[in-house]
Design a protein around this ligand. Structure first.
Ligand code: PGA
Length: 260
């Protein structure tokens, strides 16, 4: 299974800065970098079109292999939803991956489990791949509630999802307390959580889905810890925030194998 490394730019980079960053990345990456890793890039909506054109027009350059991603979307295709962007609009722009349920969406924008599950359906309706982010807060971590929290989030989002869809999706384990903190979770915690997520999918969907679902880790991934995180059993990729804004840092994360 090819691991997926995703750049979540959050609310950073104007479309001009985004163009500059992708161009810089194109000098740092080569075709060989994409042989064993898939990469998705999730710019803000205002930069999506610029990044799409740049990737599409890059011909034989390695960066043309980068998949386009979004950070969020609405669940309906059209309608009176001021300020929203629909899955239909994203699919028309060749978006492949959509991050859903990021803790910042859940906490700052009050997205609840029901809404996230509707968004998953919207993304699937347009044949895109969701990256479902789940993870516990510091309080839950300290109270040893991690598995309960993960199970609740998985049940709410995927309880009714067909196993075949789950098999093809991506789940990102992102402990809320590790995001933007400069401290990633420990190898032991990551391994345990990833194993739990896969076990939940095996039990509640089927073993084929558990085997082929890709599980990313996210939370302060940096060039310095990328190879260790990727070597952990069951980890099939990483969701990278801050370190993906800098082309040099992000390229070093993509090239994590060079440091194994
Ligand atoms: P970070 O963010 O890498 O800056 O911790 C990760 C995320 O929120 O997806």
């Amino acid at each position: 299974m090819k691991p997926l490394i995703s750049a979540n730019w959050k609310m950073h980079l104007t479309h001009l800065e985004a163009i500059h960053t992708v161009q810089e990345l194109s000098f740092l990456l080569e075709n060989v970098d994409f042989e064993q890793v898939e990469v998705s890039m999730h710019p803000p909506f205002t930069a999506l079109r610029s990044v799409q054109v740049l990737l599409d027009d890059s011909g034989k350059k390695a960066i043309s292999k980068i998949m386009l991603g979004a950070q969020n979307c609405h669940f309906e295709d059209d309608g009176a939803f001021t300020g929203e962007v629909s899955p239909k609009m994203l699919a028309a722009m060749n978006v492949s991956y959509v991050i859903l349920g990021h803790s910042e969406r859940r906490e700052i924008f009050s997205e609840d489990d029901e809404m996230i599950s509707k968004k998953l359906d919207g993304v699937w309706r347009h044949n895109m791949t969701p990256i479902l982010a789940i993870g516990e807060t510091l309080e839950e971590y300290e109270g040893k509630q991690t598995e309960t929290r993960l199970a609740n989030q998985l049940e709410a989002a995927l309880g009714a999802a067909p196993p075949k869809k789950v098999a093809e999706m991506v789940v990102a384990y992102e402990p809320v307390w590790a995001i933007g903190s400069d401290y990633s979770a420990s190898s032991e915690d990551i391994t345990k959580a990833v194993e739990f997520i896969r076990g939940w999918i095996g039990k509640n969907k089927n073993s084929a889905a558990a085997k082929s679902v890709r599980i990313q880790y996210g939370g302060s991934v940096k060039p310095i810890n990328a190879s260790e995180i990727m070597s952990l059993p069951g980890v099939d990729g990483m969701l990278v925030g801050g370190a993906s804004l800098d082309a040099k840092e992000f390229s070093r994360i993509i090239q994590y194998k060079d440091r194994l």
